[in-house]
Structure formats: C-alpha cells, structure tokens
Design a protein around this ligand. Structure first.
Ligand SMILES: [Zn+2]
Length: 124
C-alpha cells in the first residue's frame, strides 16, 4: 500500500503533500526536480525513495511501454536493495548521471595510481 502510493506519486510527479510516507522534499529529491517540478541538474543524486539505499543501488532499466504508440520503450529506475521500481524520466536521468560521475571518479583514481606506479618504477 505504502509502496503503491509512493510509486503513484513518483510516476505522476506529485511533489506536493505526503505520499507513501515521504514528504515533498524527499519526493522532489527522488525525482530530481525543483519546487516548480522542473528537472534539477545539480550534483545531488537520489537515494531509493522507498528504502533509502544509496544511489549506487539504483539502476536504470529500459522496459517495453505497455501503451505502445510512439514511444515503445520507457525508462524505469529500479532499486537492487528493495526491488522498488518506478517510472520517471528525471529520476532515470539523475541515476544515469550518478553512474557516469562515479565511472569518471574511478577512471581518474586509476590514472593517479598508474602515475604513482610509474614514478616508483623510475626510481628503481
Ligand atoms: Zn530501495
């Protein structure tokens, strides 16, 4: 029930009031939208709105759209910790941005490590 309520709010961008036990701020954060309901592009990523798992537990999954029509696929966000899944373009964008930023961080660290390794080799 709480799950369905939260899912409904997220999928219909209900950012006012309390839905599924989540307040407006939590709903907006999960959807990555500002107070006007517009997509917020900032380096703050959503946690799972249902179980509060960190964004690395969230993933974007592409599913067939049940309505068919012009768009045959849709983007869903799924939490691997609690299986909570919701359909939101803005949430999916934020989760994709999180994973891109994370991959970049990991790549930078790897370069740094290799530079240190190269220095050590030179000394010998
Ligand atoms: Zn979750």
């Amino acid at each position: 029930m709480r799950r369905d309520c939260l899912k409904y709010a997220l999928e219909n961008k209900q950012i006012w009031g309390i839905w599924g036990g989540k307040d407006e701020g939590e709903l907006r954060r999960a959807l990555s939208v500002n107070q006007e309901g517009k997509e917020a592009r900032r380096q703050r990523f959503p946690n799972c709105p249902y179980c509060a798992a960190r964004p690395d537990k969230l993933q974007v999954v592409v599913a067939e759209s049940p309505e068919g029509g012009r768009w045959t696929t849709m983007k869903l966000v799924q939490c691997s910790a609690c299986e909570f899944t919701w359909r939101s373009r803005t949430s999916a964008n934020a989760v994709a941005a999180y994973h891109a930023a994370r991959a970049e961080r990991i790549a930078k660290k790897k370069v740094k490590r290799e530079k240190i390794k190269a220095k050590k080799v030179k000394k010998i």
